[in-house]
Design a protein around this ligand. Structure first.
Ligand code: SF4
Ligand code: SF4
Ligand code: FES
Length: 322
């Protein structure tokens, strides 16, 4: 291809409508180009697709199985169906299985909307079983048989082992996003991975050590990609626990991190004149939403400004931290 020339295009149909996209695009790209956004959970524009959740599946004419739209490349002449009976049935089941085993109470509005669209009813699998605390010790090949009355869950206690963020794996749907962000897609630290097999699979540090004893460098990039709130700023966790997390009252101010010359964009989430968490825009050309520990968590000095004194948030955080 000559320099500056457009890449060759691929023409396909999405729900009967013709759409042309550059070669190498995914079916998800084509769906979006056709104005048909699709549900996703494990996919994010700044991560490599891992095909973990399967809520994005579509029907491709002539294919025996449904295809994950987030990773399957388009082909010339492909005919894609995004709202067929098979697609609706499959997506509904995936959402229901996830919601029957994990707490999806903090997923984004898009997911809530799709679950409603598909008429998901996770409760039909029975009431959720209570928390168990031995999930982290279970070995591969260990299978337990439920009592047949309650839906097996991943519920367990929240892991609070540092000042910066908590891990509530009761909310974990094993989407792998945190693993990707900790690994090759962003941080290259590899502090976390999936341990165990089957229903006992879970995200873990090496030998299940606490975060402070692991390879974690506390960049917080795992928090920013987590779709369920399983990974959360400790400040947000404590404010939610105290019923004081009020997103409607928060402002978000974009600024530039002042710690080094990279120039990462920061979005400061502020409630009651206090920074309660820091994110970074995913479409930033330098960092794609990823930060280091200083940009993500190094904001406390801003709050130590004497006269601003003590707000209810400070009181809650001080009490909770003992
Ligand atoms: S902790 Fe969050 S990002 Fe990591 S696998 Fe679980 S749901 Fe996905
Ligand atoms: S977040 Fe880290 S890498 Fe980015 S500008 Fe701040 S100190 Fe530099
Ligand atoms: S979003 Fe495509 S498999 Fe999860």
């Amino acid at each position: 291809m000559a320099d500056g020339a457009d890449p060759p295009g691929v023409t396909l149909t999405v729900d009967g409508a013709a759409v042309a996209v550059p070669a190498g695009s995914t079916i998800l790209d084509a769906c979006r180009a056709a104005g048909k956004d699709q549900p996703t959970l494990c996919y994010l524009d700044n991560l490599t697709p891992v095909n973990a959740c399967r809520v994005c599946v579509v029907e491709v004419d002539g294919n025996r199985t449904l295809a994950p739209s987030c990773s399957r490349p388009v082909e010339e002449g492909m005919a894609v169906g995004t709202d067929t009976d098979r697609v609706r049935h499959s997506r509904k089941m995936v959402y229901e299985f996830l919601a029957s085993s994990a707490d999806m109470g903090l997923v984004d509005e898009q997911t809530v909307r799709w679950m409603s669209y598909y008429g998901c009813d996770p409760a039909r699998y029975g009431p959720q079983a209570g928390p168990v605390e031995d999930r982290d010790e279970r070995t591969a090949g260990h299978h337990r048989i439920g009592d047949g009355h309650a839906a097996e869950t991943v519920h367990q206690s929240v892991k609070v082992d540092n000042e910066l963020y908590v891990r509530d794996y009761s909310r974990c749907i094993l989407c792998y996003k945190c693993v990707e962000a900790c690994g090759e897609d962003a941080q290259n630290t590899f502090a976390i991975a999936v341990a165990g097999r089957g229903f006992d699979a879970r995200i873990s540090t090496e030998f299940d050590v606490g975060l402070t004893d692991s390879a974690c460098v506390f960049c917080g990039n795992c928090i920013s990609v987590c779709p369920t709130g399983a990974l959360m700023f400790r400040s947000e966790h404590e404010l939610r626990a105290a019923d004081m997390w009020e997103e409607d009252r928060q402002t978000v101010t974009r600024t530039v991190c002042s710690y080094c010359g990279v120039g990462c964009n920061l979005d400061l989430h502020v409630q009651d004149n206090r920074i309660v968490k820091v994110t970074s825009p995913i479409d930033h050309s330098v960092t794609s939403g990823h930060l280091c520990i200083k940009g993500r968590f190094g904001y406390e000095y801003v709050q130590e400004l004497g006269d601003l004194a003590v707000t209810p948030i400070d009181e809650v955080l001080r009490r909770a931290r003992g």
